[in-house]
Design a protein around this ligand. Structure first.
Ligand code: PLP
Length: 413
């Protein structure tokens, strides 16, 4: 692919950076996770249909269709749609009977840890493999105690965990294995769609995720008994009219959410194509910049390319990640530091386990280096070239920027 870009506003001197008083490259902010809307008319038609039928929630037509489409897409037996991914995690954790301690990465969105702690289960943070950004199975075994009941792997950026090794460890120690697959809808592991691994996997369909249902989530499993239990739990334990046979909560997805989810799903191929184009464009544009690497998705696997993940090596770039984020923000490129701070550095975990970081050297390192850039349907290749130019310029002029910051006694953030 070749991306020829004309009329780029190039920065000539460091004072052209908006960070130092220049004019921002973009007049409107570019965001990470700007929702992919899909076909508006399709959504409005569904909304009208829903209003005409006056069926707004409680396992309506759209929720049933959404569940079926998700299950078909990934080839899994059961899909239980939920109001959001966090409640979906809580339900899966509870339905699997997890107790005591559960091994999780700290390098994840806080909801993974909270879903456990909310049920008074202790998340025990395990370090990640710096190459895959996912939980490191080879560090996991040493952290198993008599109180450990399970493992939750997180397919960070849609990049699959080392499922095989995790499964072996789980089996060997009689632990329940499940996955937070919030990022991984439409991704595969060894050719099989994510959603088929462990006892259950959980997706998020939050507005910022690859497929969105405004707010939404789903639990998928091939286990009939577990699915039945989850259906009960998701609807207060109702087994029929006036008949509660189990403790449950309200985890239901609404019809409006399912209407959005279905609309989003209809455009899945287009979303993947655009994300992939953007990823290739970023990769090509960034290839000549020293000290910056783009997260390599695995060849031969299906991937939603929802995240453009950069690692900044300060020792080479002479600019650290936080300074680059500041520089980009001033240009209206809202780069994000995911997952920063990682879970063990946020409350309540920071107070519970003040020394957790000692066992998490790779997590600590990565959270200082990672930065996400805008992608999705609202970004085009010209925008990407401009974003990368800001980075290229900043690194090429890092000496003068550092000197300027030093002279002006601005703190090197
Ligand atoms: C988004 C996300 C969740 C939570 O999903 P919600 O639908 O926002 O509740 C959980 N885990 C990870 C890794 C996420 O990115």
């Amino acid at each position: 692919m070749n991306f020829v870009i004309n009329h780029l506003k190039l920065k000539c001197e460091i004072k052209d950076l908006a960070f130092l008083g220049g004019i921002p490259t973009f007049t409107e902010r570019l965001h990470v996770g700007r929702p992919n809307i899909g076909n508006r008319q399709s959504l409005l038609d569904r909304m009208n249909d829903m209003l005409d039928r006056k069926w707004l929630t409680n396992n309506g037509k759209f929720v049933q269709e959404f569940e079926q489409r998700i299950a078909d897409y990934i080839g899994v037996k059961h899909c239980i749609a939920n109001c959001n991914g966090t409640v979906a995690l809580e339900l899966a954790i509870r339905a699997l009977g997890l107790t005591g301690e559960v091994l999780v990465p700290s390098f994840t969105f806080i909801a993974t840890a909270h879903a456990l702690q909310w049920q008074e289960i202790t998340p025990v943070f395990c370090d990640i493999d710096p190459k895959t950004h996912t939980i490191d199975p080879y560090r996991l075994e040493a952290m198993i105690t008599p109180r450990t009941s399970g493992i939750i792997g997180v397919h960070v950026w849609g990049n699959p965990c080392n499922v095989e090794t995790l499964s072996e460890i789980a089996e060997k120690h009689n632990l329940k294995l499940m996955f937070d697959a919030a990022h991984a809808f439409g991704c595969s592991y060894k050719g099989q769609m994510i959603g088929n691994f462990g006892e259950a996997e959980v997706f998020s369909f939050h507005a910022t995720k690859f497929i969105n249902a405004f707010e939404g989530g789903a639990i998928v499993t091939n286990n009939d008994e577990l699915a039945q239990k989850l259906r009960l739990m998701n609807n207060f334990g109702f087994a029929g009219l006036d008949n509660v046979i189990y403790i449950g909560t309200n985890g239901k997805m609404s019809e409006a959410s399912a209407a959005m989810g279905l609309t989003s799903l209809e455009s899945i191929e287009e979303f993947i194509e655009i994300n992939h184009r953007n990823y290739q464009c970023y990769k090509q544009e960034l290839s000549d910049i020293k000290g910056i690497s783009i997260f390599p998705y695995q060849n031969g696997e299906r991937c939603n390319y929802q995240y453009i993940v950069l690692e900044v090596d300060e020792t080479i770039a002479n600019v650290n990640r936080d300074l680059l984020v500041k520089i980009l923000e001033a240009e209206n490129v809202m780069a994000r530091r995911y997952f920063y701070p990682s879970c063990h550095r946020m409350e309540p975990y920071r107070s519970y386990f003040p020394h957790a970081g000692l066992l998490l050297p790779e997590t600590e390192k990565l959270t200082q280096r990672v930065m996400l850039l805008p992608t999705g349907t609202s970004i085009n290749t010209e925008d990407i070239a401009k974003v990368v130019n800001i980075i290229r310029f900043s690194i090429a002029n890092s000496d003068s920027i550092q000197k300027h910051l030093h002279q002006n006694k601005l703190e090197m953030i």
